[in-house]
Design a protein around this ligand. Sequence first.
Ligand code: DGL
Length: 273
Amino acid sequence: MTQSPPLPPDIAPDAPLLFFDSGVGGLTVLDAARLALPDAPIVYAADFAGLPYGEKTEAEIGARVPALLGRLVERYRPRLITIACNTASTIALPQVRAALDLPVVGTVPAIKPASELSENRVIGVLGTEATVRQPYVTNLAQEFASDATIIRFGAPELVRAAEMKLRGEVPDPAIFDRAVHGLVSQQRALPIDTVVLACTHFPLVQDELAAAFGRPIRFVHGAEGIARRIAYLTRGQAFVGNGLRFVATGPASGIEPYVPALSQRGFSSFDTL
Ligand code: DGL
């Protein structure tokens, strides 16, 4: 008879995995994590009152994210936190890890996998304005794609478009054309063949971006890699489900337009922080 490995004594089997983003972008990371860990109880936290992070300063994000996560940890007692936001991760991961005594998984631009796939060695990085200016991105490019040309573009409009889409609204197609133009207008000899979606909101509008490119482009983001990391860090742990809970900063009325899309994804409880 095989036995499952013993549960570490301090982790309650109903302790959730906490996912955090400024808005609904982190759902793209959650989707991948749920495929890997379908029984895990989930709390998804959206900082609607702070959205968009991409237009905030490093100091604002560095103060806001650890403070909010501290409150969420007190309320939900998660076993692990995933910062499902490139902007918050590239800026505030060290502060969060220093402030909290539990595993924290970050989401950083998927430049390494993009570099493994790009044939032209011309890689686009589409993120928020705050993410694309981070030294973290420069360091990833130097470490994993030093022979490639990295073209960055900050596209805050895409964050709004993704949020609109989840509310059941149809974003203006010109938004996607402008984002694509922001990248391709910087191309020189060879065209971009691979685009890193360096904001967790952007996979929600990948089809619209692909249409705006109008030629085959490879899109890469980090969700599957993050899911594997979460599965690794929780290996051997028992999960007793209490479903999917959604919590947001700001008024309850801010959550309402998202409830149909969230219910479809399996969320059954909605709360404010
Ligand atoms: N989803 C976030 C990211 O991955 C940020 C969106 C925003 O708040 O600007 O960067």
